[in-house]
Design a protein around this ligand. Structure first.
Ligand SMILES: [Zn+2]
Length: 279
């Protein structure tokens, strides 16, 4: 028997088949891979699969996909569909929740918050070793916490979200706003002589500090783990956040706090594999 772990984001679908002796894994473009069709094809080609766990880049509650901004979804009620039609137990969680769970196991810390800045900005919260979900599993939406009014709108419809500043999508929007050409290289902007291009980096760093400090003040984690594509490509951000966090967060919340860079290559997929252990 084997179990299937999947991580689907706006760009890639990664999967790993666990427990067949030799590990099978792969990566596909998510634009061409609808999630329910992919699972069905895997169940057909690997009849021994007896459980499925999905890490999903969107809002998920109680086995149902509530919103999927960049992913095609034919069957929002994914868990019920596979349990009814195939008799296969399926667990689906938001990708940041999965990442936080994997970080919690990696760092051996039950009070941990993962703050990931990639295309978007999101966080996952682990409290006493368990994912903190909130009423409808929407806890941790740090990217849409109100921050400052921007001259463009967020995907959620508001124009003042942290995500408009501290995300890859935000960097692109500010680059267009300030007329900055070339690659979206935060370090280059940070050291730029051109003040408007430097503003792109300043906007990003200030918002990342606000997001970090908000999470630390609100949730009092032992470890705040930074990750996601933008942070991982810009290691210079870690010492800045470590140094300046006390200027933004409640001081007592910073006592004993560790701020780390993720060391897991694909934390969301690792988190999905951990979900399989709970099924
Ligand atoms: Zn928003």
């Amino acid at each position: 028997m084997s179990r299937l772990a999947i991580d689907i984001g706006g760009t890639h679908l990664r999967y790993e088949l666990v427990g067949e002796g030799r590990e099978t894994c792969g990566i596909l473009p998510s634009k061409k891979t609808e999630i329910s069709l992919f699972i069905e094809s895997m169940l057909k080609s690997h009849p021994g699969i007896d459980a499925v766990a999905v890490s999903f880049a969107g809002q998920v509650h109680d086995g149902v996909i509530l919103s999927a901004p960049n992913i095609e979804v034919r069957r929002p009620d994914l868990r019920d569909y596979f349990e009814t039609a195939y008799g296969i137990p399926l667990r689906i969680e938001n990708d940041l929740n999965c990442a936080a769970l994997a970080e919690s196991v990696y760092w051996k810390e039950g009070h941990l918050v993962a703050l990931y800045s990639g295309t978007g900005l999101g966080s996952g919260i682990v409290e006493r070793g368990e994912i903190c979900h909130g009423f409808r599993s929407l806890a941790g939406e740090i990217g849409h916490v109100p921050y400052r009014k921007a001259p463009f709108a967020c995907g959620c419809g508001k124009d003042n979200c942290l995500e408009l500043y501290a995300s890859g999508a935000g960097i692109g929007k500010w680059m267009r706003h300030f007329g900055c050409d070339g690659s979206p290289d935060l370090k280059r902007f940070y050291h730029a002589k051109d003040d408007s291009c430097r503003q792109v980096a300043i906007h990003y760093i200030e918002a990342l500090l606000h997001a970090s400090a908000t999470l630390v003040t609100l949730l009092n984690p032992k470890i705040l783990v930074l990750g996601g594509g933008v942070v991982s490509h810009n290691p210079f951000l870690l010492p800045i956040v470590r140094k300046k966090i006390t200027e933004f967060a409640l001081l007592t919340s910073c006592d004993g706090l560790n701020i780390e860079m993720t060391r897991i290559e694909n934390a969301s997929l690792e988190g999905a594999k951990l979900l399989l252990d709970t099924m």
